[in-house]
Each structure stands twice: as C-alpha cells, then as structure tokens.
Write a protein that binds this ligand. Structure first.
Ligand SMILES: [Mg+2]
Length: 297
C-alpha cells in the first residue's frame, strides 16, 4: 500500500535534516519498502517520505523504534485525503495549557481536592460526567466575578491559532468542543477564531455558582456526538475530520475520525490515538495534513 511518513521537529532545532531522512529511508528499504520520493514541507523542520509498504502497523512500529528519544514527531498514513475539512479541538490542556476548573479551585483554596478528581477522570479512572458534577459541587458559592478574573490567565498553546487560521483559510470548519465551561470556551473561540464552541454551562444564582452544571453534561460520548452532528451538518465523512485532544474524554472522538491526534496526551491517549504530537506543537497537525509552511497563516 502507498503510504506517507511525515517527520516533524521543532522549528529551531533542525532535528529533521537530510541525514535523518536518508537513514530512515534506508531503514524502510531494509524492511521491504519501495521508496518513491521525499518532499520538504519546511526545510530543517518537516519532511514527507512517500513509499510503498506491505502493511501500516509494522511500519509504524518500525518508525516509532527508530525515532524513540529523538524529540521528533511523526505521522504515517495513506496520502490520499489527508487534508481535512473539519477541525474539532478539545480546549483545556490542548488549545490552552490551563485546566480552568483547577485554576478556579486553586484560588478558592480547594485546589488539591479538585485536582485529585480531575486527574482520576483524565486518566480514565472516573467517569467524566460524575467527576465534573463532584468538582462543580465543591465550587458552590464562589462569586461570579472570580470567573472574570480567571479569564485573563488563559493563554494559547503554541501554534493553536495558526492551526485554526490555516485550516479555515483552506476551507475547513473549526469547532472547539470542551468538557469545560462555555464561560471560558466562548473567549477562546473569539481569540482563536473558531467557527463555534460547545461546552458545559455553569449555573449561577444571584451572582454565585450554584454548585450545579447544566445537563446533559458534554463528556466523552457527547464529544463524539458533537463531532457526528458537525459531520452531518457539513455533509462530510468522519474520515474527513481532524480531531485533537489530550484526555480520556477525547478518546471516543479521536478514535472515530480520520485523523485523531493525541496532543501531549495522558498515557491512555498515548496508547490509543492513531496520531500523536508529543514533542512539537499544533503546527504539526498541519504538516501531518501535508500543508507546507508557506501555506500557514
Ligand atoms: Mg483536555
């Protein structure tokens, strides 16, 4: 079958150089692959190697072994159809580095109590919906103005805005789908220019958090449902979707789409996602789709 391996290193590091591509090409040939061509998407940063191989999984294992410890990310896929028309992104620890409910809890002096529940959930040890109910209940009585103060803390992970802008410019629809709160996702949607955001709503009574979140909770299955809903609206196939996330509640969505990327993911995501970004940033998701750096915007 015809495959393309995309190697991506940090922009400044020049880890992806001609000698690396040569040595990987030799390794692929030694294992029976028939090489076609190499194509530099960004000199010294990202390169495609096109080849024919018997099987994708053993080739992927081979590349994983060869690249272990190098600080280089890679993707392996058939070249046809790798540019996607829908981006669905998780927000917390994916588009932004923060976990907003943890930040809120820290300020209320209940950080540890809440972080224990968050981490259990992200590792897949506790159902996401129940963990969110438990955490929000602990925040009962917090003044609404605390949310506004926290908004200023939010920052974008490197390349997040470039990923959204570039895919949009090339005709894709972009959605932020989060198990967090609409109060924060709406701001990141505006900052990053996502077409829409879907998340959970914190219920507020007389200016204070009621300790309740609106039901049904947007969790693992709801992220997949949101993705399915978007594909139906856009009349596109799931194979035409790039989804990106870091936690257990992203797994159903990541597994269902054509390009499900684990972004600096929790161990359960590292084990399961077909595509990974572990060393570089969101721009790797563009290289994986075959975009050249001069097409980024
Ligand atoms: Mg997340």
């Amino acid at each position: 079958m015809r495959l393309v391996a995309t190697l991506v290193g940090p922009a400044a590091g020049s880890l992806v150089d001609h000698s690396l591509i040569q040595s990987l090409s030799r390794c692929l040939m030694t294992h029976g692959a028939v090489l076609e061509a190499e194509d530099w998407l960004s000199e010294g940063e990202a390169c495609d190697i096109f080849f024919n191989a018997q099987e994708i999984q053993t080739t992927k294992e081979l590349l994983s072994t060869e690249l272990l410890g190098t600080g280089i990310d890679f993707a392996l896929q058939p070249p046809a159809g790798r540019r996607k028309n829908l981006l669905v992104a998780d927000m917390e620890s994916t588009i932004i580095p923060q976990e907003m409910i943890d930040e809120l809890a820290l300020r209320q002096g209940i950080g540890e109590e809440i972080a224990v529940i968050t981490h259990k959930s992200m590792r897949g040890e506790l159902n996401f919906e129940d963990s969110l109910r438990q955490r929000v209940a602990l925040l009962k009585g917090v003044d609404e103005t605390e949310l506004a103060k926290l908004s200023g803390l939010m920052t974008l992970n490197p390349g997040a805005d470039i990923l959204v802008r570039t895919m949009k410019k090339h005709g894709a629809y972009t959605a932020l789908v989060s198990g967090g709160f609409t109060y924060f996702t709406s701001q990141i949607r505006e900052l990053c220019l996502f077409d829409e955001d879907r998340a959970n709503t914190l219920l507020i009574e007389e200016g204070r958090l009621s300790g309740l979140v609106s039901e049904p909770i947007l969790g693992r299955e709801a992220k997949l449902e949101a993705t399915l809903d978007l594909t139906q609206k856009l009349k596109i196939d799931l194979s035409n979707v790039c989804a990106i996330g870091d936690g257990a509640n992203d797994l159903a969505m990541l597994s269902a789409v054509g390009m499900g990327i684990g972004y600096h993911g929790k161990p359960i995501v590292q084990e399961t996602a077909a595509f990974l970004i572990n060393h570089t940033d969101h721009q790797a998701a563009l290289f994986y789709q075959g975009y050249r750096r001069d097409e980024f915007c």
